[in-house]
Design a protein around this ligand. Structure first.
Ligand SMILES: Cc1cc2nc3c(=O)[nH]c(=O)nc-3n(C[C@H](O)[C@H](O)[C@H](O)COP(=O)(O)O)c2cc1C
Length: 446
């Protein structure tokens, strides 16, 4: 592993040379045309290969409806040209909210979500022309050990692990029961039906980043129906997806799934039995099972944003109090892209969304196009990039380039706001709005 460095590349050649120095490989091409090509995703055809990744703004209202800043964000995303807008984590039960402002779709606030979807369609048409129709997926979540519904940690865990100390879990914290998990499947079905009624084309049964379902996948040490064997650990995700599909014909039912936790066995999923190298045999087996259930595609991710954030979102600066990673961002990125490549190449017919590219700044499009051209992914998403530059896709598709003055600087400002309990956005490119929120959060911390 090489020393961490901040982004300092003036050309794609310079990125390539540094990859050679580090002995890692990233796909790249100057020909971006593939990003403008349509792509089948289950029963629908996405207009292009670019995706807005789920990015929580922590700006909903107390009852879970979108707030004014939520509406602003989604209007900006919808008018930004991406063919697939993967809306952020939306809690299926109140106790599973990650913060008091996390979105939560209920029968009572359904009309507010219908208005959100209508606004997204309208904005997309206005910005991109009357024939442009992006697709909208809503991510359904239970935050598990990171639940904080009243603003203080209230962890609900599937098993104890070495990350307990860093997630407000002590030896006495009980595990969620199998009965609780059985009932929770019904909550996913209810939320998915509401999402369909609101007008979303699809839902994501979120299984990543160590939230509850992601933790279940790694619950080797848990007893009962949801722990121990591969069948038991993957049961919740498989059964929930099957139930949602059965209850909501016509709805795309997908998942954003971790393929690698970077947390040693027996506490991590996608791990070799020793060390922290990936072993994708179980994730690949699960992808096969989900494909057989009829998922239209997958959004792939890795790591844990609280515990080892550089693994899934390489950055220049960590959030306050966290160490600088002990590897080069290009190494983190190359590992992540190679993991998605392995999955995509194992299931070439199942479109997979690649993540983690925002650190690449203005070279995002060339690496994204390289990945799609070489079959490392079928679609590529921007997360922090979308906060900074909501119309990144439009500039790639219409102008063949990103403006370096608008890209994400991987400064971790958006994450810092979240950690400080504020409403999140880009502190640099949207500074008028989010600069003061960032400062207020930092002042309160000091
Ligand atoms: C502020 C913030 C909020 C996020 N919210 C979500 C979320 O709601 N759901 C999710 O799956 N990932 C979430 N992520 C992760 C991103 O979707 C993405 O995977 C990550 O930032 C890496 O991609 P990037 O390099 O394009 O930013 C969030 C990340 C950040 C920084």
């Amino acid at each position: 592993m090489a020393a961490h460095e901040r982004f300092h590349y003036a050309s794609l050649d310079a990125v390539q040379q540094d990859c050679a120095r580090l002995g890692v490989s990233l796909p790249m091409t100057e020909d971006l045309s593939i990003l403008a090509t349509p792509c089948a995703f289950g029963s629908v055809t996405l207009p292009n290969r670019l995706v807005v990744q789920p990015m929580e703004g922590c700006d909903g209202e107390a009852d879970g409806r979108p707030g004014p800043l939520t509406l602003r964000r989604y209007a900006r995303f919808a008018g930004g040209g991406a063919g697939l807008l993967w809306a952020e984590a939306c809690a299926v039960v109140p106790e599973g909210r990650a913060n008091p402002r996390q979105l939560m779709l209920t029968r009572e606030n359904l009309d507010a979500y219908k208005a959100l979807v209508a606004q997204m369609h309208e904005t997309a048409r206005r910005a991109m022309g009357p024939n442009f129709s992006p697709f909208f997926v809503l991510q359904l979540t239970h935050s598990g050990r990171y639940s904080k519904p009243a603003g203080v940690p209230a962890p609900l865990i599937a098993h104890h692990s070495p990350i307990d100390a860093s997630s407000h879990v002590d030896a006495g914290t009980p595990l969620v029961s199998d009965d609780y998990l059985d009932r929770l499947q019904d909550a996913y079905v209810t939320s998915a039906l509401l999402a369909q009624e609101a007008g979303f084309h699809g839902v994501d049964v979120k299984a990543c980043h160590r939230y509850l379902i992601s933790e279940l996948l790694a619950s080797f040490t848990r007893d009962g129906r949801y722990g121990g064997s591969y069948e038991n650990r993957t049961r919740f995700l498989r059964e929930t997806i099957a139930q949602v599909r059965a209850a909501a014909p016509g709805l795309l039912v997908t998942t954003r799934m971790n393929l690698y936790d970077a947390l040693a066995y027996p506490f991590g999923w996608g791990m070799a039995r020793e060390g922290i190298a990936p072993d994708l045999s179980e994730p690949l087996q699960l992808i096969g099972a989900l494909a057989a259930l009829g998922v239209p595609g997958l959004n792939t991710t890795v790591g844990n944003p609280y515990y080892n954030p550089h693994v899934n979102r390489p950055y220049d600066k960590p959030v306050s109090g966290r160490p600088v990673p002990n590897e080069h961002p290009l190494e983190s990125l190359a590992r992540f892209l190679a993991i998605t490549r392995t999955a995509q190449q194992a299931y070439p017919q199942l479109p997979m969304v690649g993540s983690g590219y925002s650190w690449l700044r203005q070279f995002f499009p060339q690496i994204a196009a390289g990945a799609v051209t070489q079959g490392w992914a079928t679609l590529v998403g921007g997360g922090r990039l979308a906060f900074a530059y909501p119309d990144f896709a439009r500039d790639i598709l219409q102008h063949g380039a990103l403006d370096p003055r608008k890209v994400c600087l991987a400064c971790s400002g958006c994450t810092q706001i979240m950690r400080d309990g504020g409403m999140s956005g880009c502190t640099i490119r949207d500074a008028q709005l989010y600069g003061p929120i960032f400062k207020a959060g930092r002042t309160a911390e000091a």
